[in-house]
Design a binder for this molecule. Structure first.
Ligand code: MF3
Ligand code: CO
Length: 251
C-alpha cells in the first residue's frame, strides 16, 4: 500500500535528509586509503547521533552497521569491518539511512579513492547521471516505469550493467515502503502512477560487466558475480505538484 505524505511530512523527511546530505558531503574529505570500513561506519554513526537522528539501518533485519560500506565489486549492503581496509584506487559506496523524529531518509554516494581507473570514474559519473535521468521522470502523471526506463536506458547505452535483484522503494515512515522502483522495466512489478505526495528513493546500482550478482556468506554483502566494480547513487525524492524535490540535499 502506497502511503502518500503531506507537505508537513515531506518537510520532516527533508529535515532528516539534510543530516545525510551534510554527512555524505563531509565523507568526501574523510574517507582515505588505509582506513577501515568500520571507521567509516563509526564516523557516520556519531555524525547522525550528534544531529539527534538515529541510523535507521542499524538493527534493520539484523544489519549490524550504521552505514552500508561496499568496496569495489561489493555493490551494496557491505557490512562495515575493522579488517576491511580501503586502498588507493578503490571505489567505495556509502549508503545511509536516518530516522529523525520518526521520519526516514535514505541516500547513497560512490567515492573514488585516490588513483582510480578511468573506467571506474566513468561508471561513477554515469551512475550519478542515471539518477538525474530518473529524477526528470518523477513527475505527477508519469508512472514508476518511466523512471525505471530512463535509468536503464542511460546505463545500458553507456555499456554498463544494471542491478536487477535490488531496487529503489517508497520511504519516509519506514525504510522500505511501497512502491518498488526498479532500475529496469520489470513486468512482474506494479506500475503505479506517480501522485503528489509520493516519496521514493531513486537509486541506480550500476556495474561493469554482466548484471549477475551473489550474496556473500555474511548474508548481506551483495557482490557482482564476475567481480567487476559496481557504483551506487541514491536520493530520497518527493513527487510534488511543483515537480520532483530531492529531500536528501541541504538547500
Ligand atoms: N539504504 C538501503 C536501501 O537503499 C537499506 C539498507 S538496509 C540494510 O534500501 F539493512 F542493509 F542496511
Ligand atoms: Co534505498
Amino acid at each position: 500500500m502506497i502511503q502518500l505524505k503531506t507537505k508537513d511530512e515531506i518537510e520532516a523527511i527533508h529535515d532528516s535528509g539534510r543530516i545525510l546530505s551534510d554527512l555524505l558531503d563531509s565523507l568526501a574529505g574523510f574517507i582515505e586509503a588505509g582506513m577501515s570500513t568500520w571507521e567509516v561506519d563509526r564516523y557516520c554513526h556519531d555524525f547522525i547521533v550528534k544531529r539527534h537522528g538515529k541510523p535507521a539501518c542499524l538493527g534493520y533485519m539484523g544489519f549490524p552497521g550504521s552505514a552500508c560500506v561496499s568496496v569495489n565489486n561489493e555493490v551494496i549492503h557491505g557490512i562495515p569491518r575493522k579488517s576491511r581496509i580501503i586502498s588507493d584506487g578503490d571505489v567505495v559506496k556509502v549508503d545511509l539511512d536516518c530516522n529523525l523524529k520518526g521520519f526516514i531518509s535514505d541516500s547513497a554516494r560512490t567515492y573514488l579513492i585516490g588513483n582510480v581507473s578511468d573506467e571506474a570514474r566513468r561508471l561513477e559519473e554515469v551512475t550519478r547521471q542515471c539518477f538525474f535521468k530518473g529524477l526528470e521522470k518523477a513527475i505527477v502523471g508519469n508512472r514508476i516505469h518511466d523512471i525505471s526506463l530512463a535509468v536503464f536506458n542511460h546505463a545500458t547505452r553507456a555499456g554498463f550493467g544494471v542491478m536487477r535483484d535490488y531496487c529503489g522503494h517508497g520511504v519516509g515512515f519506514e525504510l522500505h515502503e511501497d512502491p518498488n522502483v526498479p532500475n529496469f522495466v520489470n513486468p512482474m512489478e506494479g506500475n503505479p502512477r506517480l501522485r503528489s505526495g509520493l516519496v521514493i528513493c531513486i537509486e541506480p546500482m550500476i556495474h561493469l560487466g554482466t548484471a549477475r550478482i551473489r550474496t556473500l556468506n555474511d548474508g548481506w554483502t551483495v557482490v557482482t558475480a564476475d567481480s567487476k566494480i559496481g557504483a551506487h547513487y541514491e536520493h530520497t525524492v518527493a513527487v510534488t505538484d511543483d515537480g520532483p524535490r530531492i529531500l536528501t540535499i541541504n538547500d
